[in-house]
Design a protein around this ligand. Sequence first.
Ligand SMILES: [Fe+2]
Length: 330
Amino acid sequence: MNSVAVPFPDSTPSGYTWFDDEPEFDAGLHLQLEKPAEKIYLEDLGYSEEEIATKASRVAASSPFRVLSDEGAAIMLGVARRLRAHAISCERIENMVRGGCYRSRWLRDLCINPALTQQMSEIYEVEVAAHSMPLHLGHMNFSPDDLSRAVDKWHHDTIPLDFVMMVSDPATLDGGQFEYFMGTKHEMTELAAQGKTPPPDRVVAPEFPGPGSVIALHGDMVVHRGAALNSPGERISMVNAYVAMDTSGDDQHRHKDLRLVDDPEALYAEWAKHAAWRARERLDTLISELEFSADRLSVAKALEHAVADVAKAVEEMSDDGEISMHHYEK
Ligand SMILES: [Fe+2]
């Protein structure tokens, strides 16, 4: 099965050129797909059944598992080092690369690989596809130049589902561990209002066995961060996002935040296609399932629900007001 939400575009936005001297991605040589030993669920974090029911998956996170072979991990590190030349900065993350899949075909072909996507579907227990917006494929975080800064502050993602890969060897680093909070976003909001971060006894720092291993993460529901490094080191992580093929649930994105960080030429077209895909799926469901009904308002509501993501995208894209980026730590 090859689940595709929006196909990767044939053209790139202006200003992106392909690396022309890369090895070709070879799934047989570069992937080493293993299964996670453990998973935790949204209910384990304290989310209610009512809230979980509208989300892309019931799964919250997995233990680390291997995705790349040694050879694949070595190429991944080389691609990441090369992409670092295109790093940008935002309030939350000092050094990150977006749109790497418009520059590296190897990275693109890894991020949209059908076997890897299928593996993620099994882990999430729902059918997923590589993210409909290429900016959310192969996102990379690099060590901050300022050592006192967290690699990425406590936050939840602007996307629903992803994996977080250690690209550099975690064994070479002092600090810089990936951490998540065993609680809900609502609890985190309360903690942040009191100027607090998650208590250490409720923070999990998974042990990544080596470069090329990942954890699955329900990024929009699990509060997490990349902790600060204790001494200088090369810390590179890669986040690859997924969307649930069942579009009946919440969109679970904060597309608007991206206006602060992403290349506008890429962002708006990708965002429009994402919203159009979600609405098309919902409209198809409505066409095949809507029953005859004299209940005028409930029919109007069904139609409104079908195009809700398009309406929201139009509103958020057109808004000229001030935008702020959501994260917990100041
Ligand atoms: Fe994140």
